[in-house]
Design a protein around this ligand. Sequence first.
Ligand code: F6P
Length: 363
Amino acid sequence: MPKKILIATSGGDCPGLNAVLRSFVKRASLEPEWEVWASLQSFNGLLSIPQRLIRLDKKVVSGIHVKGGTIIGTTKESGPFNWPVKQADGTLTYVDRSDEMIKICRYADFAAVVNIGGDGSQKMSQRLFEKGLPIIGIPKTIDNDLCATDLTFGFQSAVDVATEAVDRLVSTAESHNRIQILELMGKHSGWIALHAAIAGGAEICLIPEIPYDIAKIKRFLLERFAGEKPFAVVAIAEGAMPRGGKAMGTKMHANISDKLAGAAERFASELKEAGIESSIRCTILGHVQRGGIPVAFDRVLGAQYGVKAFEMIKEGRFGHMVSYQNSEMTAVPFTEAIRQLKTVEPDSYLVHAAKSINICFGD
Ligand code: F6P
């Protein structure tokens, strides 16, 4: 009898997902008693009728490490704890199908389940583990906001895309003497904006962890303009806020994370209200940061995550997430992985370095 593993990718897609799938399957195939199956569109494939499961073998995953997205699909909008059911009036209610999912896994003889995902997905895995499912996690998100791991795969790829956008905006800002505002993803953390601002040489970096004071930014800009540099590039995280304000966006219900949007436009209005007369343009980089091929770093990190995940299953280390710490692969309990979001520390050396090269945070 083969030992079967079920693997799923959950939440938003992210560069490097296919690299993880490939390395997991290649490592598993070194031991012929193991079989890897994938549930399509996260666990929806398992819970659907008919089921949508596919066998992953070396042939299926051959060469996929260079592809963006995930070959097994993903979703953010449903899951075993919040399965949407359409009502007669067209509205959705959400039901808990987690017990049923665990029964299905037992019935199908899945000896282990792997959930590749971000913060919300690791929380889901912890709840399934508490109910008795032998499950492990792999940390994925461009936001890099998962604690208990130094890095999530996908982040580096997003930073490269964001940095290229800063680079491109610098030359057009300079040509037109404009302020170019670039809104970047990251949810309630500023990792992408901070890294792109440093790498690309943005003058201003606004992140949720350091609420900004528009008066201080005005002073910074006027000083810069007086020094014969009448242009500026601003890297603003989608979750950034002025002092005393809140992140811009739509508050979703408990099952779906908030949609953040509008930080750049709000900041542009605040600059105008403060009397900054320059011409201002906003760019929302959006899902460009999530799509496309993973950079080499994410492929290498992903390869290690996949191999380690299989080895954790063999050791029976369920209830844990693979973690990258001090350049080594290790495992941390889900409880540790979901304890809190990892956000930028305002007193960190990274922020100190950014300030030392004259990046203004408006604080
Ligand atoms: O978590 C990844 C992420 O790309 C965030 O940076 C962003 O806020 C969110 O997902 C966007 O979600 P959606 O794909 O649902 O628009």
